[in-house]
Ligand binder design. Structure first.
Ligand code: GLY
Length: 258
């Protein structure tokens, strides 16, 4: 798409849509359910004009990233949450869809999870944190021929989250960030990532030093120091790209004009 001259926003939306439709990822179809057994998703896009659109805790849509883009392009707002996000999606023709394949991925555990007391959430999160696969948020950054950068991120959140919980993915400067110079997306433990402003800090370090990989590694190291599992992808307006992570299940794919 990029080599044919498509806009970065179209590419980010398309690739994230593909991953949302693939049940292997914790985004769209395949999202983890919360403790009430409901899928609540967060998604965001941000462009190099520093415009952004995001949805938090959106339910019953197939592609939250498409709704997030519409928030950016069709409203004066940056973030819509919960029932407001769903209402907005329906007004724009997004049909009701149940992204509920997490029962297939983790049948017994997810069902047990719903029976557990919300009061004991801290204990269960610590327990599942010991396993590898408690999150697999998806993110994309693209640079088009016109020099526009766009970053996007989509997630079903973490396993066994409390209803109403919002992670880092759709918070500007936490899980997603974009300026004229650099676009970034993060994956990992949302609570800690958003407290660290992980993508914002990585962007600042890059802008101050000009060193992309060092900036990402420095911030992943900072995350490791507070026991935060995370990963970052980044792309600059010069076409330099890099990634860094401290988690096991954080595959990265890149494609250049070469
Ligand atoms: N990083 C995804 C989340 O914590 O929701």
């Amino acid at each position: 798409m990029l080599s044919e001259g498509c806009a970065a926003i179209d590419v980010v939306e398309k690739v994230i849509t593909m991953m949302e439709d693939d049940p292997i990822f914790d985004a769209g179809t395949g999202s983890f359910r919360n403790l009430n057994g409901v899928v609540e998703m967060d998604a965001m896009v941000m462009n190099s004009e520093e415009n952004c659109g995001a949805v938090h805790c959106i339910q019953k849509v197939r592609n939250p990233i498409q709704v997030a883009r519409m928030v950016m392009e069709k409203t004066p707002h940056s973030i819509l949450t919960g029932s407001g996000a769903v209402q907005f999606a329906r007004l724009h023709g997004f049909e009701e869809y149940e992204p509920a394949l997490s029962d297939v991925k983790n049948p017994s555990e997810e069902i047990k999870g719903r029976e557990r007391s919300l009061r004991d959430i801290q204990y269960y999160v610590e327990e599942i944190r010991k396993e590898d696969h408690i999150f697999s948020t998806v993110g994309v950054v693209a640079l088009d021929q016109a020099g526009r950068l766009v970053a996007g991120t989509s997630t079903g959140g973490i396993r066994m989250k409390m209803p109403g919980r919002v992670g880092d993915s759709a918070i500007p400067g936490a899980g997603t960030y974009c300026t004229r110079e650099i676009g970034l997306s993060a994956t990992g433990e949302g609570e800690k990532i958003l407290r660290m402003c992980l993508t914002y800090q990585s962007a600042r370090d890059y802008l101050n030093t000009g060193k992309l990989t060092d900036s990402l590694r420095k911030n992943v190291k900072r995350a490791s120091e507070i026991d935060c599992i995370c990963g970052l992808i980044a792309l600059t307006r010069d076409g330099e790209f890099s990634f860094a992570h401290n988690g096991a299940f954080m595959p990265v794919y890149y494609r250049t004009n070469k």
